[in-house]
Write a protein that binds this ligand. Structure first.
Ligand SMILES: *[C@@H]1O[C@H](CO)[C@@H](O)[C@H](O)[C@H]1NC(C)=O
Ligand SMILES: *[C@@H]1O[C@H](CO)[C@@H](O)[C@H](O)[C@H]1NC(C)=O
Length: 344
């Protein structure tokens, strides 16, 4: 049963991953133009009837392709309402791991490494993988695979919108909605991506410190200071002025991983209902914090790294997170990371 699932998972992730990637890439390039000129409404070449002004009106009413529909009641399609109940009680740390539907193998690696809920003794950690809807072409197959995976591990939260990079803000916000509804007493919430190394013991013992009173205004991670929007089209984080017109962003915590108190997470969700959502999730959280008047808490130097760092046993025991780790590499270093090393 288990062997069969693993086989399916491996075959499924290799095959689907490739195809879905190909399709996603094609869609990324074709979507904007399709949205501007659907086949029924071609751009006029001549303009005897003043059509271009009409077209202009039409465009003004049509949302920008990067515009996000929020607030909106996106449903939870795979859900675990009782995740935070049960004998272990409200979690000290709720890990919300943002993954794509086809990331079956990556989730498996995370469960076996930093996502392990019982890694830090004496502290209740709950982990949820947040996924959206798979791309249409393989939706049926991937959906079946997701449901089987969830039957085995009971740790998926599927939300009802298309899973794309540009919808990541929606994913984080609906994950916080889940927390508000089913896990509002979680002491701390970690938002984390999959391409990282994470040291949960250091995070819990050194940053969050279970024996100290709750730090209710805490949000920390790698902080971008005085950031500005990217304005060149084609850049990965390009921000069209129509969607965000100011020439500065507020300071914010970098998206690969940041941690905040549960009560702050709930307040961020509250203001997010009226702050205009933008697709850069980490910047958007920064905008919400500005609205709340909450300052970021600087982490100890070099504990959240957004540049790749080569694995080193002692160094990695004294930090929280390193960006740009692939699953194979995580599996490789993890046994060594877990061994006690008295010479550090
Ligand atoms: C999680 O960690 C515990 C304690 O170190 C260990 O016994 C368990 O096997 C780990 N679980 C997984 C899925 O690796
Ligand atoms: C976000 O999800 C919605 C709902 O599924 C979808 O219509 C839209 O195309 C997605 N937006 C982006 C920018 O990917």
């Amino acid at each position: 049963m288990r062997g069969q699932l693993i086989l399916k998972v491996l075959l499924g992730s290799a095959f689907m991953g490739l195809l879905v990637l190909l399709i996603a890439q094609q869609q990324d390039f074709s979507t904007p133009s399709m949205d501007l000129y659907p086949s029924s409404q071609k751009a006029p070449t001549e303009d005897p009837l003043g059509l271009s002004s009409r077209k202009f009106e039409w465009q003004a009413r049509t949302p920008h392709p990067l515009d996000l529909r929020y607030p909106y009641p996106y449903p939870f399609l795979i859900n675990h309402p009782d995740k935070c109940e049960g004998p272990r009680g409200a979690p000290f740390l709720l890990m919300l791991v943002m993954t794509k539907p086809q990331d079956v193998g990556i989730r498996q690696v995370i469960r076996q490494t930093w996502g392990n809920e019982t890694l830090v003794p004496g502290v209740v950690i709950h982990r949820l993988f947040v996924v959206g809807l798979p791309q249409p072409l393989f939706a049926q197959e991937l959906q079946t695979l997701l449901e089987e995976e969830d039957k085995e591990y009971r740790d998926l939260l599927q939300v009802g919108f298309l899973d794309t990079y540009h919808n990541l803000t929606l994913k984080v916000l609906t994950a916080l909605e889940w927390m508000a509804q089913y896990c509002p007493t979680a002491h701390y919430v970690l938002k984390v991506d999959t391409d990282v190394f994470l040291n949960p013991s250091y995070l819990v013992q050194q940053v969050l410190q279970p024996n100290r009173p709750l730090q209710s205004n805490l949000i920390t991670g790698y902080i971008y200071r005085n950031p500005v929007p990217f304005r060149k089209q084609g850049q990965k984080w390009y921000m069209p002025p129509e969607l965000y017109s100011h020439d500065k962003y507020p300071d914010y915590c970098a998206g690969p991983g940041y941690v905040m108190s549960g009560s702050l997470a709930l307040r961020i969700l509250t203001v997010a209902q009226r702050v205009k959502a933008i697709y850069l999730e980490d910047v958007f959280v920064g905008l919400c914090l500005k609205e709340l008047g909450v300052k970021l808490t600087p982490a100890s130097p070099n504990t959240f790294l957004i540049d790749k760092k080569k694995y080193d046993h002692c160094a990695f025991h004294r930090l929280v997170l390193v960006h740009h780790f692939q699953p194979q590499e995580l599996l490789q270093i993890w046994p060594d990371f877990l061994t006690a090393n008295t010479s550090c």
